[in-house]
Write a protein that binds this ligand. Structure first.
Ligand SMILES: [Zn+2]
Length: 129
């Protein structure tokens, strides 16, 4: 089997395609009034590790290291194509929605159970009389 040659500096980290519309994995994104980094959303929605946070690393290593050197440090592509960014935004929004709804449903069920118990207690009082 021939191994394919990948141009890691030009392919998308999450689909391996080359696109003219690439964004840095470390770009910020506005999601429902929250400003998030693409790498954080990616790690929240998948089990892949995007190891470098260039913003922190940059300051640790000093200004003589350029941002592009830092972001390329783990050897993996540090850019993502527009199609994947859109999918990621949807996935992240869906994940956030599930979690929000889960919290509110659990809260609701807890309250309903509490009310049920109260009603049962009231009922049993009546039956005893
Ligand atoms: Zn892609």
């Amino acid at each position: 089997m021939e191994s394919e040659t990948l141009d890691l500096s030009r392919i998308c980290r999450t689909c391996k395609s080359k696109s003219s519309q690439m964004q840095s994995l470390f770009d910020e994104y506005e999601v429902s009034n929250e400003s998030l980094h693409i790498d954080s959303m990616l790690m929240a929605c998948s089990s892949i590790q995007v190891l470098l946070c260039p913003h922190e690393e940059y300051y640790q290593m000093g200004a003589h290291v350029s941002l592009s050197q830092v972001t390329r440090d783990d050897g993996l592509p540090s850019q993502i194509c527009q199609v994947c960014v859109d999918q990621l935004k949807n996935a992240f929004a869906f994940k956030s929605q599930c979690e929000r709804v889960d919290v509110s449903l659990r809260e609701y069920v807890k309250n309903v159970k509490v009310n049920d118990i109260k009603e049962e207690e009231e009922h049993s009082d009546l039956e005893e009389e």
